[in-house]
Ligand binder design. Structure first.
Ligand SMILES: NC(=O)c1ccc[n+]([C@@H]2O[C@H](COP(=O)([O-])OP(=O)(O)OC[C@H]3O[C@@H](n4cnc5c(N)ncnc54)[C@H](OP(=O)(O)O)[C@@H]3O)[C@@H](O)[C@H]2O)c1
Length: 294
């Protein structure tokens, strides 16, 4: 059986190719990417690397030939209305190419929301896949734990973790999402199921400050900022206005509890427990923390 992975050149895509190769022969993996030249290492390992761009649907018909099970990794294109067109084109191409089973990596909390392109486009893709006539699986991912890394490094240096307080969230490490997705791609029985790849605990911003301090071995204070201050920070960083709106809407949904969902799906699908925030900080802050301790 040929297993296809779109977006194979991205960080999640590359991790998914690696986890899939741990479970099946590289010869049965097809990595689809806009930039095949970047994946020569996978080619050397026996993976078939093909060119594929969701903006060029005709080429996808060739890219998906002979693939039985395909995962669609979402693009990061958040220009209004674009992503759902890209994803729907990929779903239609998969169906037209004879792909039997398609998995989409969506988000926890996907919902119709005309004011939030990020959530709305994931929801639209979920629905397009369910209605495509192809066997489907949806893996809804929580927010990446990696989004905490830069703020955590700053917190170790300054002794203060600044965030807008709100509901807790079950941050998940990217590799755990990839490992769960590889489990779905390489074992039977996942058709018609929506899974949720989450971390093992839901953690508040105050608890994040505490976990960073514990890893650093020094006090890290929680400094409350407002949503307006957070937005001003994005403006100062020079983000385009449409992205600031999307990011602010995403943060608002986070504070309202969108990612306050813990499941055992990562462990169930990957065969190993999802990484906790404290394990993540211990793994990633090691050198920053020891420098800060002097
Ligand atoms: N849950 C979260 O907190 C979170 C955070 C960040 C991002 N995300 C989402 O998860 C996705 C994967 O994340 P990542 O960490 O791997 O980000 P990344 O490294 O920036 O990867 C971007 C991905 O988008 C694909 N892509 C972009 N334009 C495309 C097009 N026209 N046709 C087909 N594929 C296209 C890329 O594929 P190729 O380069 O191989 O063509 C690549 O897989 C992101 O695109 C975003 O939707 C989620």
């Amino acid at each position: 059986m040929k297993i296809g992975i779109t977006g194979a050149g991205g960080q999640l895509g590359q991790a998914l190719v690696r986890y899939t190769m741990e479970r099946v022969s590289p010869a049965s993996v097809v990595a689809v990417t806009r930039h095949p030249d970047k994946l020569e290492e996978f080619s050397r390992q026996g993976v078939e690397v093909r060119a594929g761009d969701f903006n060029l649907p005709t080429g996808l018909l060739t890219a998906f030939q002979g693939i039985e099970r395909l995962v669609i990794i979402p693009t990061g294109d958040l220009q209004p209305g674009v992503r759902r067109i890209q994803h729907t084109a990929a779903i239609h191409a998969a169906a037209a190419s004879g792909v039997r089973h398609v998995m989409y990596i969506s988000t926890v909390g996907a919902r119709p929301d005309p004011n939030n392109e990020l959530l709305d486009s994931h929801f639209a893709t979920d629905q397009a896949l369910i209605n495509s006539g192809v066997a489907w699986t949806i893996l809804r991912m929580s927010i990446y734990m990696e989004t905490l890394l830069d703020p955590a490094k700053r917190a170790v240096s300054s002794g203060s973790y600044a965030a807008v307080p709100g509901a807790p969230a079950a941050y998940v490490v990217r590799n755990d999402i990839a490992a769960a997705a590889a489990g779905i791609l390489t074992t039977p029985g996942h058709e018609g199921i929506t899974y949720h790849a989450t971390g093992p605990v839901s953690i508040s911003q105050q608890e994040i400050a505490g976990a960073i301090g514990k890893t650093a071995g020094k006090p890290v204070a929680f400094t409350e900022i407002t949503a307006a201050q957070q937005r001003a920070g994005l403006e100062a960083a020079g983000l385009p206005p449409f992205l600031i709106g999307i990011f602010a809407g995403f943060q608002e949904a986070l504070r309202a509890g969108m990612f306050d969902l813990v499941t055992a799906d990562v462990a169930r699908l990957s065969g190993k427990p999802a990484q906790s925030p404290s394990a993540f900080f211990a793994r990633t802050l090691g050198s920053t923390a020891s420098t800060a301790r002097g």
